[in-house]
Design a protein around this ligand. Structure first.
Ligand code: NAD
Length: 267
């Protein structure tokens, strides 16, 4: 568990209903932050926020489709009202659809870019509008974009996903530059997680094996581990700890970077 002090921080996490986003919510809440979980899955998102509140944390849910500008325009003021401000946005919502190039479905590629790239950009837009000095929260803060080790290595079968995560890496730096230039007081960083054996990670191992890239899902996982100096897969807690660091004052002078939390796989 992270030990960064996040007392009083007001944090909005997209894709917080399950998986990595939920672990991030649990982690920052345990360090003293108030959290709003935002997700397209209202039932799971509400249940996750309720579970956090039952554990004694300040937590609530807002419905959000990250691909929809109007959805952001409605959700962010609700989050600001629930939190009493906004210090941190974690753009975590993302999807992965495995496709070999020879089978490429343009609809899958477009959907991947829409959620992962456009969704992240819209999050930055609404965070800047809200957190810059003239915004409804107005106190600056931090945006943390969840990219992937796939932005830094070439793994077969995930071209659209890898390209979308590489885009997040680059747009993170543009956003940091723009925020600095225009005096928004918002740091913008990314986290590049290694493969986590949760639902998304397991699906990727299954899908790449099914498409003949590896003999089995275990072989796909073995290939990842063998490329990782630390010799294991990532845990959800590993990734959440990186997010907590970038959300805290411990990273006050860290801006425009992509923090690899991947055991060295992407170095
Ligand atoms: P997940 O599929 O378990 O969770 C993703 C969450 O995002 C879900 O709650 C889903 O409902 C939500 N979501 C999807 N589309 C949305 C939309 N349009 N609007 C709002 N919410 C939406 O995945 P995860 O493993 O928790 O991954 C979280 C992030 O971490 C993703 O960006 C993913 O690409 C990245 N990542 C995951 C891994 C891994 O191994 N799991 C590795 C590297 C990076």
């Amino acid at each position: 568990m992270a030990t960064c002090d996040l007392s009083g921080r007001k944090v909005l996490i997209t894709g917080g209903a399950r998986g990595l986003g939920l672990k991030m919510a649990e982690t920052v809440a345990a360090q003293g932050a108030a959290v709003v979980v935002a997700d397209i899955d209202a039932e799971a998102g509400q249940a996750s926020a309720d579970a956090l509140a039952e554990q004694g944390h300040q937590a609530s849910f807002v419905h959000l489709d990250v691909t929809d500008d109007a959805s952001w325009a409605a959700a962010v003021p609700d989050a600001v009202a629930a939190l009493g401000g906004l210090d941190v946005l974690v753009n975590n919502a993302g999807i992965e659809i495995t496709d070999l190039f020879v089978d490429l479905d343009p609809a899958n590629a477009r959907k991947t870019f829409d959620v992962n790239v456009v969704g992240t950009m819209l999050g930055i837009k609404h965070a800047f509008l809200t957190m810059r000095p003239e915004g409804a929260a107005g106190a600056g803060g931090a945006v943390i974009n969840i990219a992937s080790v796939a932005a830094t290595i070439a793994f077969p079968g995930i071209a659209a996903y890898s390209a979308s995560k590489s885009a997040i890496d680059r747009l993170t730096r543009v956003a940091a530059a723009e925020s600095g230039r225009l005096g928004y007081g918002v740091r913008v960083n990314a986290v590049c997680p290694g493969l986590v054996p949760n639902a998304m990670g397991a699906q990727l191992a299954n899908d790449t094996a099914e498409r003949g890239l590896f003999g089995s899902p275990d072989e796909a996982v073995g290939a990842v581990v063998s490329l990782t100096p630390s010799g294991r897969l990532a845990t959800e807690q590993d990734i959440a700890n990186g997010v907590a660091f970038l959300a805290s004052e411990d990273s006050a002078f860290v801006n425009g970077v992509a923090l690899s939390v991947d055991g060295g796989m992407g170095m």
